[in-house]
Design a protein around this ligand. Structure first.
Ligand SMILES: Nc1ncnc2c1ncn2[C@@H]1O[C@H](COP(=O)(O)OP(=O)(O)O)[C@@H](O)[C@H]1O
Ligand SMILES: [Mg+2]
Length: 379
C-alpha cells in the first residue's frame, strides 16, 4: 500500500500542511523539534489509532486549537482509500473512511498499516513487561482489528473488578453479596482474558520464526533469537475451556494476595514476552549493538508478518534510527524493504546514510511545522 497524500490541520506544531508522497522512500530532514516525529506520529495514528508518544488526544491538538484533523489518501491493491481522523482537545474522535463516518473505531483499523521504529523501541528489550505488551497489542490490532475491541472489553472488566476489590467491605454489593458479584467479574475476566492470551500466543508464534530468520541474517548467522510468550496464566493446552479453568484456578490461588494488594493479580495484563539470544535473556546480557540488532529483526518480522496476513505491504516509519545503525545494518534493512515497503525516514543529517538510501528518495525539509517539498531527487 502507498500513502500518496497526507494533510495535517492543527496537529501538534502543524497549522495547515499537505504533502504529496511520490517515491518509495521519503526522507524528512530537519533540526530537532521541527515536527519530523510529529508527522510520523500522524501516520502511526491512522494505522493503529494509537500514539506511542501521547496518551491524551489533547496533547496532539495544536496549542490554542480545539481540534486537529489528519487526512490521507492511500493506494491499495484493492481500491484507494480516503482516511480522515478528527481529534479533539475535549476528547472524543471522529473517524471517516471514504467520506463515511464510522460508528466503530475498529472499522478504521486496516485502512492503513504501518510499522513504527524509533529509538524508544530499544525499551522493548530494556524496559518492563508493559512495553512489550503494548508492542504486541499494537501489532495484533493491525493483524486482527477485532482484537482492539476484545482488548478494550478486557480492560473494562479489569477496571470494574479492580474497583470492586478496592471498595471497603461495607459498601460492597447493593444487589449481590460481594463474593457473588466478584464471581461474575471473574468469569468475564477469564473468558475475555483467555481470548486475549490465545491471540497473543498465536501472533507470537507466527512472528517468532520471522524474527529468528531476520536476526540470523543481520547478526551474520552467529546468533539465535527466540521469542517466548510468558502468559500470566498457564496455557498447557490450546482449548479455551481448559485455559479458562486454569485462569479461574489461579484467581482462587491468588485470592488472599489480591485482598491484601487490592488489585487484580491474574490475567494477561501481567503477561510478558522474553527475547533470548543464544538462550540468554537479552535484557541482561545483550550489548547495545545486540539489542539494536534484535529490535531491527523484530521490526522486519512485523513488516513481513503484516504483509503476509493483510496481503499488502505496510509502511515502515523510521524515526531517527537509521543514522544509529552501522552501514552493514543499514544495508540489511535496505535489502529487506527494497521498494516494496514504502518508507518514511526522519533524520537531522543526511550525511550519516549510505548513499544508496538517497537514491530514488524524495527529500522533504521540515522546519517549524512547515514542510518544503521541493526537492525530490528521482534518479
Ligand atoms: N500540541 C502541540 N501544539 C503545538 N506544538 C507542539 C504540540 N506538541 C508538540 N509540539 C511541538 O512540536 C515540536 C516537536 O516536534 P517533533 O516532531 O517531536 O520534533 P523532531 O523534528 O525533533 O522530530 C516541539 O517544538 C513541540 O513544542
Ligand atoms: Mg523526532
Amino acid at each position: 500500500m502507498y500513502l500518496t497524500r497526507l494533510s495535517l490541520q492543527h496537529f501538534r506544531n502543524y497549522g495547515h500542511q499537505q504533502i504529496q508522497l511520490g517515491a518509495a522512500k521519503t526522507i524528512l530532514v530537519g533540526e530537532n523539534a521541527q515536527g519530523k516525529s510529529n508527522l510520523l506520529e500522524a501516520v502511526e495514528l491512522l494505522a493503529t489509532l494509537r500514539s506511542h508518544r501521547a496518551s491524551r488526544d489533547r496533547d496532539l491538538v495544536q496549542q490554542g486549537q480545539s481540534q486537529a484533523v489528519i487526512t490521507a489518501s492511500v493506494e491499495r491493491q484493492t481500491s484507494p482509500q480516503a482516511l480522515a481522523m478528527v481529534l479533539r482537545h475535549s476528547g472524543g474522535r471522529t473517524l471517516r473512511l471514504n467520506g463515511e463516518t464510522l460508528r466503530r473505531q475498529l472499522d478504521f483499523l486496516g485502512a492503513l498499516n504501518a510499522v513504527q521504529f524509533s529509538s524508544l523501541d530499544l525499551d522493548l528489550v530494556r524496559g518492563g513487561p508493559a512495553e512489550r505488551r503494548t508492542w504486541l497489542d499494537t501489532l495484533l490490532l493491525q493483524l486482527e482489528p477485532v482484537y482492539a475491541h476484545l482488548l478494550s472489553q478486557y480492560n473494562q472488566v479489569l477496571k470494574q473488578r479492580n474497583a470492586l476489590i478496592k471498595q471497603p467491605p461495607v459498601a460492597q454489593g447493593e444487589n449481590l453479596p460481594a463474593p457473588a458479584q466478584l464471581a461474575l467479574w471473574d468469569a468475564q475476566l477469564a473468558s475475555l482474558g483467555t481470548q486475549v492470551m490465545r491471540r497473543r500466543r498465536r501472533a507470537l508464534e507466527r512472528l517468532a520464526p520471522l524474527a529468528h530468520r531476520w536476526h540470523q541474517a543481520i547478526s551474520g548467522e552467529r546468533e539465535a533469537l527466540t521469542l517466548t510468550y510468558q502468559p500470566n496464566v498457564p496455557m498447557e493446552r490450546d482449548d479455551p475451556a481448559s485455559i479458562q479453568a486454569s485462569f479461574l484456578e489461579k484467581i482462587q490461588q491468588r485470592a488472599i494476595a489480591e485482598q491484601q494488594q487490592r488489585t487484580t493479580l491474574v490475567g494477561p495484563h501481567r503477561d510478558d514476552i522474553s527475547f533470548d539470544i543464544n538462550a540468554a535473556p537479552s535484557r541482561h546480557y545483550g550489548s547495545q549493538g545486540q539489542q539494536r540488532t534484535l529490535v531491527l529483526a523484530l521490526k522486519l518480522a512485523e513488516l513481513y508478518l503484516i504483509e503476509e496476513v493483510i496481503g499488502d505491504p505496510p509502511l515502515l516509519l523510521l524515526d531517527d534510527v537509521l543514522a544509529e545503525l552501522d552501514l552493514y545494518r543499514q544495508n540489511q534493512l535496505l535489502e529487506a524493504i527494497q521498494d516494496r515497503f514504502q518508507t518514511l525516514i526522519t533524520t537531522t543529517h543526511l550525511g550519516s546514510f549510505d548513499s544508496q538510501w538517497m537514491e530514488r528518495s524524495q527529500i522533504l525539509t521540515v522546519q517549524a511545522g512547515q514542510i518544503d517539498g521541493g526537492s525530490a531527487c528521482l534518479h
